[in-house]
Design a protein around this ligand. Structure first.
Ligand SMILES: Nc1nc2c(ncn2[C@@H]2O[C@H](COP(=O)(O)OP(=O)(O)OP(=O)(O)O)[C@@H](O)[C@H]2O)c(=O)[nH]1
Length: 332
């Protein structure tokens, strides 16, 4: 590999330095020319203007927004400011080897409408990797089960029901009604798909029931849970929610909504002991807690700013399509 560098000890205008360097390397038929601006922040208006001028003068094929993964959700505003100044077309996330999980990358993707193409996982050349969406999302969610569930939903849920379900999930409010809908879908699946979906959905659920040869047990567990949810009625407890009556099924925190008399009513309604209702609610709570970790993408603050999680992931996944831009036969 032949690498060359252009700079100037005498010229102070970065636009001129960039233009002269690009012209020189074009003449030399270099495969790839990178114009690296120094780090800048959205509050530095003059530096942004300078970057815009460099971009306009050098007319790059691709403008890449490079972000440090530790900046977290501030990435949205930064990335948006960059996009407003220059036509950002891709994102690189560095320092993925640090503590940050890189959730800000989702925000950067949303703000720039561009895919992540590479990630930095260390200080050395071989620690610069082509971005792969699946392990990233798994790490981001901090659990195999939810990213697995996301994949599973795409694999097995009919396409006309996928969008609404993923939309609801991406909003981070995993209500009992969503769990009910997932169970309905599971019951419509073939036994193998249902088994795999359920294992993903309720990883901690009785290993005995989830072991092979217990399809009937699993089905009856799902039906039992659904019957309990059917007993929850669609009316909330006005005493506990004076301002707004939230139904038990639609509340994002139903176990807190339910006092002892509610539990007794639900248990009576479905003909099960109270401890079964509590067990179901425990499973629900665990699942809802996992899903709340994706809230950063769909929470109120970011709503309208970001995109639904599923679209972001699809968009991030399209990074591989961009790799053609770096094909050696394409001189730039
Ligand atoms: N651990 C780790 N360190 C990294 C990574 N990427 C960059 N670094 C280190 O971070 C420091 C800053 O990296 P630079 O590439 O100079 O960052 P920059 O954004 O170009 O800096 P500016 O001069 O402000 O433009 C260096 O010590 C790099 O080795 C990464 O993915 N992981």
């Amino acid at each position: 590999m032949f690498l060359s560098y252009a700079g100037s000890y005498t010229e102070s205008d970065p636009v001129r330095i960039a233009v002269e360097g690009v012209e020189r390397f074009r003449k030399e038929n270099c495969d790839l020319i990178i114009v690296d601006t120094s780090g800048r922040h959205k509050q530095e208006a003059t530096l942004f203007e300078e970057m815009r001028q460099v971009s306009e003068a050098t007319k790059p094929d691709l403008v890449i927004f490079v972000m440090d993964s530790s900046i977290g959700q501030a990435a949205f505003d930064q990335a948006q400011a960059f996009k407003q100044s220059v036509p950002v077309g891709a994102v690189i996330v560095t320092k993925m080897d640090g503590h940050a999980k890189g959730g800000g990358a989702l925000s950067a993707v949303a703000a720039t409408n561009s895919p992540v193409i590479f990630i930095g996982t260390g200080e050395h050349m071989d620690e610069f990797e082509v971005f792969d969406v699946k392990p990233f999302v798994s790490g981001l969610l901090g659990m195999g089960d939810c990213s697995g569930l996301m994949n599973k939903i795409q694999e097995v849920v009919p396409i006309d029901r996928q969008h609404e379900l993923l939309q609801k999930l991406s909003e981070g409010n995993f209500t009992l009604r969503i769990m009910y809908e997932l169970f309905q879908i599971i019951l419509e699946m073939g036994p193998i798909q249902a088994m795999s979906m359920l294992t993903t959905l309720l990883p901690g659920f009785s290993s005995e029931l989830l072991s092979e040869g217990h399809e009937k047990g699993k089905q009856s567990m799902i039906k039992r849970y659904m019957t309990m949810m059917d007993s929850m009625t669609n009316e909330g407890n006005p005493k506990l929610n004076k301002k707004k009556v939230i139904t038990e099924l639609d509340s994002s925190n139903p176990p807190n909504l339910m006092n002892e008399s509610h539990l007794v009513r639900i248990a009576r309604g479905c003909g099960r002991p109270i401890r079964d209702v509590m067990e179901m609610l425990e499973h629900y709570k665990r699942l809802a807690m996992n899903w709340s970790k994706v809230k950063g993408v769909g929470n109120r603050k970011n709503r309208g700013k970001g995109l639904p999680l599923q679209r972001l992931i699809t968009q991030m996944g399209s990074a591989k399509d961009m790799m053609g831009m770096f094909a050696p036969e394409k001189s730039r």
